[in-house]
Design a protein around this ligand. Structure first.
Ligand code: ADP
Ligand code: MG
Length: 724
């Protein structure tokens, strides 16, 4: 097909598409968790003592008793077979951010030509996929490529149904034969355990007697775009890079804000319905769905769950969105910035910690005596954000999120924390050493140890903050839509554990001489505000003034790109944090830096190559056809005595030359490989390569506004965003 034939064809296909007949909705009770081997199914199928032991491990983190593995495995197998599964898979989460599976059959040959289905306990507990193809950042050489998967009892096994059949999926960790984490789950589990210990210790110092294990929770709001597959198939950039590398801004973008919370198109609704049904079967509590700000953009959010399960579920949500989109004739874009000039997609990670005895520890509550506790936990967060801001920036750093952060629609690349006006006011009073009362609702301070009651919504929303308190949790808004939530959760849990331990140390010191608890807490909080209060910011995070104030007056770091952010993973401060808490050893941290840096470089180089290819093979030829037609027309007109302005043709000729020159320079730049260090290579990508890509794009996008529409080879922004 030439010119816009592929576009015309796509529009024809879309407008003549048979609507997908709505399915009769199944009852929620029938669907819910029907494909999950959850506690109720365990209870029904396991001997009482085995169930009790397993439940204890799941709920309290008690060590797994290996002697029950055979019994559990065989119950799991029977249940899986009854659901039509012939295979089982250990599912793990390598550093690529994807989900990996190794499938094995239940089949066991018996030597006499017969087979039985078997699933031994040892196969449930441990697997050995060929790990050599997963990135490890230098932890292993391929000759010692052994990697092991290990059953994560705390995340339930489930049946995954695909067109190829059903598979029993077992969530696992993935570690090297020397015991180092090669995945995202292992450090997440470690971080969950260290924050539990630290919180328990502080709760006990604060006078609590009965203290249940503290767990961290996550509710992640996922934004995404849907584009018709007919368009996507005509755009190599969408297929290979997940975003448009070219495209002129549409005449109508999101200026009218009429998409947000608007009616969901019927076709999209059918898609969402299908997604939700699949998620319900997997026990994933998808709850909110709506249109997002940009045309063609939507959001799905499950109800929050424990961090580990939420993280596994987040991966399943992304997979389900992508797969289901295909069967509805869409492509689902999880990229942070699929369309330049149009709002990007984030994944707001709502995070809190709490337990069954003290409740949500980030909930201000309405009893004064709990406020001291709440303020201590809140103070721990403030200290963490200030001390480990670069870590928070590094865990959300990748090539795609760089397009979004700081781009006047998403949080800036400066880490600060928004508390809301009431809470900020209280912390500022603590800093000034004269806590007099809350400015809101006329509530007054009753005494030093009975801090003022807070209202639940202790402030307005602030959409310009990367990390905002939202009433009873913090919302990490800077996380990118394509990212695994485990990195952010590991960072939050670990820095929280560090701060809680620090506060506990301080309090123990102050109380050892027999001081009063309320006074000691206030003194520690004042210390935190004196040292770390610079991270508290309630103003407009998008403004230029903030960028100046943050850097010049407050000494906060503005870390614009991944190339700038990732090296912080190797800073002493962050190495010390992970080493001292035991969440990541130096080797593991170093290997993560290497893997993420390599992914960054690779994804930019792939895009750069694609930019050059598309410029040369799609856009330049279109410009030449346009020029040739125009030149012919001008010559013909001249023959009959009409002189016509040549300026537009000259303009297109000039742009075509700029385009081609840019593409050649870009290709040459991609050839460069003699870098002194990984850091240098990353900077080259962030600077030189990205600049050249932009140069080519600018020429191409200008050409799109000059060339005859019927010659333009790529589906336009208007078409992709507005035709459904
Ligand atoms: P928003 O107004 O930001 O869209 P929602 O009420 O839709 O807020 O919640 C966003 C996410 O925050 C949901 O996943 C929700 O379950 C989660 N959430 C609510 N409370 C908590 C909490 N205490 N800890 C963690 N996540 C929470
Ligand atoms: Mg939100």
């Amino acid at each position: 097909m030439t010119g816009n034939e592929s576009r015309a064809q796509a529009i024809y296909e879309i407008t003549n598409r048979e609507p997908i007949a709505p399915k009769a909705p199944e009852k929620l009770e029938d669907l819910w968790a029907s494909n999950v081997f959850d506690l109720s199914k365990m209870k029904a199928s396991l001997p009482k003592d085995v169930f009790k032991s397993l439940k204890k491990t799941i709920q309290t983190g008690e060590k797994l008793d290996p002697s029950i593995a055979n019994t559990v495995a065989s119950a799991m197998r029977d249940w899986a077979i009854s659901k039509g599964a012939m295979y089982y898979a250990h599912v793990f989460y390598p550093l690529t951010g994807a989900t990996a599976e190794k499938h094995d059959g239940f089949i066991e040959p018996q030597g006499n030509g017969e087979v039985i289905s078997e699933f031994a306990g040892k196969l449930l507990i441990q697997g050995e996929p060929d790990g050599s193809s997963f990135p490890n950042g230098g932890i292993r050489d391929t000759f010692e490529a052994r990697g092991y998967t290990g059953w994560d009892v705390t995340s339930p096994a489930y049946i995954l149904e695909t067109e190829q059949g059903a598979t029993l999926c077992i969530p696992t960790v993935f570690i090297s034969w020397t015991g180092e984490a090669l995945d995202k789950k292992t450090p997440l589990l470690r971080s969950i355990s260290v924050v539990d210990k630290a919180a328990n210790r502080l709760l006990s110092i604060l006078g609590n007697k009965d203290i249940a294990p503290v767990s961290s929770s996550c509710g992640a709001e996922q934004e995404y775009f849907l584009v018709d597959a007919n368009f996507a198939n005509a755009r190599p950039d969408l297929l290979l890079a997940g975003r448009t590398l070219f495209g002129k801004a549409p005449a109508k973008g999101q200026q009218f804000d009429d998409h947000y919370f608007g009616a969901i198109p019927a076709r999209v609704q059918a898609f969402m319905h299908d997604v939700e049904e699949k998620l319900y079967k997997l026990g994933i509590p998808a709850k909110t769905r709506h249109n997002e700000v940009a045309p063609g953009q939507f959001e799905i959010a499950p109800v929050y769950e424990s961090a580990n399960v939420a993280s596994d579920h987040q991966q399943m949500i992304m997979t389900t969105l992508r797969d289901t989109a295909k069967s509805h004739g869409f492509i689902c874009l999880l990229h942070e910035k699929p369309f330049a000039g149009i709002n990007g997609s984030g994944k707001h990670v709502n995070w809190s910690i709490g337990n069954s005895t003290q409740g949500n520890l980030l909930d201000p509550g309405d009893t004064p005596e709990n406020n001291m506790q709440f303020l201590a936990f809140c103070g721990a967060v403030i200290r963490g954000v200030h001390k480990y801001g670069p870590l928070m920036r590094a865990v959300i750093a990748n090539a795609s999120n760089d397009h979004r952060l700081g781009a006047n629609e998403a949080p800036p690349a400066i880490m600060s924390v928004y508390l809301g006006s009431q809470l900020e006011d209280i912390f500022m009073q603590i800093k000034d050493g004269k806590l007099e009362g809350s400015s809101h609702k006329g509530q007054m301070l009753l005494g030093v140890d009975t801090l003022p009651p807070l209202t639940k919504d202790a402030g307005d929303r602030n959409r310009t903050s990367p990390f905002a308190f939202t009433g009873n949790r913090f919302e990490f808004r800077a996380v990118g839509s394509s990212q695994s939530v485990s990195g952010p959760l590991i960072a939050l849990n670990t820095m929280m554990a560090d701060s809680l331990s620090w506060i506990a140390d301080q309090l123990e010191g102050k109380l050892s001489g027999g001081g009063d608890l309320g006074g000691a807490v206030q003194a520690v909080l004042k210390d935190i505000m004196d040292q770390h209060g610079a991270a508290v910011f309630g103003g407009n995070g998008y403004s230029d003034e903030w960028h100046k104030e943050a850097v010049d007056q407050r000494g906060l770091l503005n870390i614009p790109t991944t190339a700038d952010a990732l090296p912080y993973l190797k800073s002493d401060n962050i190495k010390q944090l992970f080493e001292s808490t035991g969440v990541l050893s130096n080797t593991e941290l170093e290997s993560r830096f290497e893997v993420y840096a390599e992914q960054y470089v690779l994804s930019i180089e792939v895009e750069a190559q694609l930019v050059a290819d598309m410029a040369k093979t799609l856009i330049y030829p279109a410009a030449m056809r346009h020029l040739s037609e125009s030149a012919g027309a001008i010559a013909n007109l001249k023959d009959i005595g009409i002189e016509i302005d040549k300026a537009p043709v000259e303009k297109v000729a000039g742009l075509a030359k700029t385009l081609l020159d840019g593409a050649n320079k870009l290709q040459a730049a991609c050839e460069k490989h003699d870098f002194g260090s990984t850091e240098e290579h990353m900077q080259f990508c962030a600077g030189n390569i990205r600049d050249l890509m932009n140069e080519v794009r600018t020429a191409a996008d200008t050409l799109e506004g000059e060339i005859a529409d019927d010659l333009w080879p790529l589906p336009t922004y208007e078409e992709m965003l507005f035709i459904k």
